[in-house]
Design a protein around this ligand. Sequence first.
Ligand code: ATP
Length: 243
Amino acid sequence: MRLDLDEVTAAYGSTVVLRDISLSVPEGQVVALLGANGAGKTSLLKIVSGLLRPRRGRVLIDGEELSTVPSDARARLGVCHITEGRSIFPHLTVGDNIRLFAPKRASPGAVEGALDRFPALRPCLPRPAGSLSGGQQQMLALVRAYLSEAPLVLFDEISMGLAPVVVDEIFEFLAGLRRAGRSLLVVEQYIPKALALADVVYILAKGRLVYAGEPAELSGSAEIMDHYFNAAESRRPREGISR
Ligand code: ATP
């Protein structure tokens, strides 16, 4: 599935948060969307999944305009949005969460396939989801992306606050989705990992795209990254380029 945003502008009330954004996720590719706090990354993902309507511009999926199609209909068309924070049911068991995520048309082996992606969840099936560690809860949330079989998946800071070993597992999961031919739009704070995975990278600063290109151009260039992120953060002195 291919995604195109064509000159999208978006606002909350009178506050414009995205300006003239044109961006593409080609079929089967991984696109990383980077930017400082408040740059507009979450808002951009919401525009794609239909949680926020553009003021101007168009959202196109496989060339068809969906700008006014509601989010539930977009989900049925194959857009899966894994939002920041964990969208799980904490009082239900892990097993029941997984059964709820599985679409009716899911094959009998689908749940097993999902658990193969995150074997750490297998012994937890009878436990309430809320009793899992943060990393396990995130893995459970990601099972939804796997089971949905959605050809376009949007990930919003899914590795935030997790232990490095879990982050590695999550990036391996993303690489697996890509090998399966799914198109991914990934907002990430682990910039080197995002650059290693992505085919294309965009940088947002204060609601505008300030860079679009190949990750290899950025990987070796802390200066470029620092420039863009400083620009986005009101020239506040910064340490490193963590975000
Ligand atoms: P972060 O990394 O902190 O999540 P972000 O790049 O995802 O940041 P957004 O969450 O899209 O950025 O926010 C962009 C701007 O829109 C910010 O200035 C934010 O304060 C503002 N904003 C976000 N959500 C709302 C809302 N529901 N109502 C009003 N303003 C909002």
